[in-house]
Design a protein around this ligand. Structure first.
Ligand SMILES: Cc1cc2nc3c(=O)[nH]c(=O)nc-3n(C[C@H](O)[C@H](O)[C@H](O)COP(=O)(O)O)c2cc1C
Length: 184
């Protein structure tokens, strides 16, 4: 099924989706850092900017990051040249009190990052399917941070290289109706 838009919206939003056929072609830090820059300018409660990123883009860190993914994600994400771990600082820096909005704000940052990637001809695919405890210990992440998502990033690859079961899912997903989002 094709996506249907009920209102005219930004082309970047319409173009973004979550492919699994990601090319193995390496990305340089010059190509990766503008995505972090886009995330940097997300709004956040008290301008706390709770989002933090661990970039795996060379063999040793990629191996570690692949190792935390669930097998169903490894099967396609292992090829991605960049695996980005997104975490969020739990407490406000100014008073060390709990920041209820840390995950909300990190989500906004990821939204900015994915649209910047889209603009630059890169694809992104977020994954909740990974072992958070393993990620925490593998990358030595303190309990001050909530571990949220791994994102596969790269150039779009060749759909034909995907496992046949995944190939049939290789398309932008549809959405529920706009009106269904409004609680009455
Ligand atoms: C937080 C989060 C976790 C996700 N986890 C996975 C995952 O573990 N494996 C996977 O293949 N896709 C995962 N996805 C991708 C979603 O399935 C996808 O975004 C959704 O179906 C909408 O499709 P679209 O991004 O192509 O529009 C995740 C997306 C998000 C935002």
């Amino acid at each position: 099924m094709k996506r249907k838009y009920n209102y005219e919206i930004m082309d970047l939003i319409k173009a973004r989706w979550s492919p699994r056929a990601i090319s193995e072609e390496k990305l340089s830090r010059e190509e990766i850092m503008p995505l972090i820059e886009a995330a940097r300018f997300a709004p956040s409660c008290f301008n706390e900017q709770p989002w933090r990123f661990i970039i795996a883009d060379e063999e040793e860190s990629l191996k570690k990051m692949r190792n935390v993914l669930m097998p169903g994600n490894q099967i396609w994400a292992n090829k991605a040249p960049v695996l980005l771990l997104i975490v969020a600082k739990k407490n406000f820096t100014y008073n060390n009190e709990e920041n209820f909005w840390h995950m909300f704000d990190a989500g906004t940052a990821w939204g900015f990052l994915t649209l910047e990637a889209q603009k630059r001809g890169l694809v992104t695919h977020a994954m909740g399917g990974f072992d958070m405890d393993k990620a925490r210990s593998s990358f030595n992440i303190s309990e001050d941070y909530e571990i949220i998502t791994v994102v596969a990033i790269g150039k779009y690859g060749d759909k034909e290289t995907l496992d046949p079961k995944l190939r049939s899912k290789e398309h932008p997903d549809i959405r529920m109706e706009t009106e269904a989002l409004i609680l009455k």
